[in-house]
Design a protein around this ligand. Sequence first.
Ligand code: GLU
Length: 464
Amino acid sequence: MSQVVTRFAPSPTGFLHIGGARTALFSWLMARQAKGRFLLRIEDTDRERSTDQAIEAILASMRWLGLNWDGEAVYQSRRIERHNQAVDELVRKGRAYWCECPPEEVQAMRDRARQRGLKPKYDGTCREKGLGPGPGRAVRLKTPLSGSTSYQDLVKGPIVVDNQELDDMVLRRSDGTPTYNLAVVVDDHDMGVSHVLRGDDHVNNTPRQITIYRAMGWPEPAFGHVPMILGPDKKKLSKRHGALSVMEYERLGYLPEALVNYLARLGWSCGDKEIFSRQELVELFSVDNLGSSAAVFDLKKLDWLNSQYIQAGDQARLAGLLAEFVNRRTPGAGRAEDLARVVPLLKPRAKTMVEMADKAGFFVADARSLAYDQKAVDRFLDPQAKALIREFAAALEEAAGFSRQALEQAAKSFLDRRGLKFKALAQPVRVAISGAAESPGLFETMEALGRDQTLGRLKRAADL
Ligand code: GLU
């Protein structure tokens, strides 16, 4: 088989949303699995609605997700001349024609057809007039008048459209600009695309695009249309359901591999397996297992996957990321070297990096600036508890080491000497060192904080 070439062709009229990211991922997987090429084309011909900011955001999202593309991104707007060449070629071959019908006239034809219960379409007035170029003239495709156009959709199966239903579509508008379907066909052809995977909002364009391929005498690629993502209420996915742009998920503290895993599983399955490394996805992905019905977005599942990836995550990388998230709130407060000590404690407790940064707040605070939760103070730091904390701090000054085990030993002998139970010390010390009634394991936390911070905090709490 010749080389597999797929592409992602976003219109930069907004940020990259997860629906688009999922189609991009499927195209990427298909290319990587076949050791083919994955291309990126920015469909920026709608100059009014396309923005540089959206282009940047799309590129940043693709990079963050690790969906690397081969070669330079192609900008559709820079290819208008080439699109027009193709239109001219179709006219030369007699497969397209100039049309002088003004838009109001075309609208009236459509209305008349609709009134007669027919598909609204252009009636072919100029089809055989043999007009040449001229002001106000558009170019239309000579769509076959009989027969049907069919193809085997990679996801939806066989699709057949009666050619009677297809319009003599405009290929070049009267202002000289090529139309969307024409541009897509010329670009996909020139880029050597072998498989077009895209959202099923484009399924109606495909038979039209196929008629252009056939008129040009070009082989057509295989097409697959991926169903939409729906919200839990089975309505089109929107912000209301928690659907955000890809970079918003980054800001919320999701790991790219968790989002990739999540998106891959949304509408694609491989037995009961839920967690897939990138390598496994590349090996196991198959268009044959893409579901043909809409997938339902489930934020809880994304959270679950993200927590799994955090738990399994590399320590140093997570410490670097955690420092970034801490610094986003308090610039300069997070240092990866320090945070590396607290990452193992927080890993099992955080669904997102934002949550981890929340929980790391006490750790990055200075002994003098640590904020205390007043409720926890009222409940656990009565005068008696404070006296005990002061004595415990003094005992720790003498402690041989500051490892978890040494601390546990020190606490045990401290309590034994006084005939007290661990309970008497645990919550007061926890509040003293973390500012709150909840924290990771006491001795691990003390170890991670280190001697100076721990003792400083115990003394400050004793003085509260
Ligand atoms: N630019 C189109 C979109 O963003 C995609 C076109 C295609 O994939 O063929 O919806």
